[in-house]
Ligand binder design. Structure first.
Ligand SMILES: [Zn+2]
Ligand SMILES: [Zn+2]
Length: 135
């Protein structure tokens, strides 16, 4: 297990958690594309009992996912950063922490991906794009 902490962009919502470094996944579903405004989402899953909010409470948005399960999306009401997700019933025992909010995120690489059916078709081309270290 690895101890992590994290925060939203403005610092209103903060948390700490214990995670297994292997439990990092990419989701290519269309809900994640819309909710992040990006091509895919990276999430670290852990038990709800290993996740603790340490700042102000995030806001909640409920969405039924592509697979029919009700997902609860928690985000900072000040800056809008997605913080974590959980579900109802048995799904409530797990939280999915949004990778970009984790302070130790560089140590947490993805180990699997889901909803590849809706993945963008240019992912393999990113490594070949011209790039520079800053903006
Ligand atoms: Zn915030
Ligand atoms: Zn998704």
């Amino acid at each position: 297990m690895m101890r992590i902490d994290g925060q939203c962009h403005c610092g209103t919502v903060t948390y700490e958690a214990d995670v297994e470094p292997g439990d990092v996944g990419i989701c290519h579903c269309t809900d994640c594309q819309r909710l992040t405004g990006s091509a895919f989402r990276v999430t670290v899953s852990t038990r709800a009992t290993d996740f603790r909010l340490t700042g102000k409470m995030p806001r909640r948005y409920e969405k039924r996912a592509d697979n029919g399960a009700l997902r609860l999306q928690f985000f900072c009401e000040v800056c809008g950063s997605p913080i974590y997700t959980t579900g109802e019933g048995q799904d409530a025992e797990t939280v999915g922490i949004r990778w970009g909010t984790i302070n130790q995120r560089k140590e947490l690489k993805p180990h699997h991906q889901i909803w590849c059916r809706s993945a963008v078709d240019w992912l393999d081309e990113v490594a070949d794009l011209p790039g520079r270290p800053g903006d």
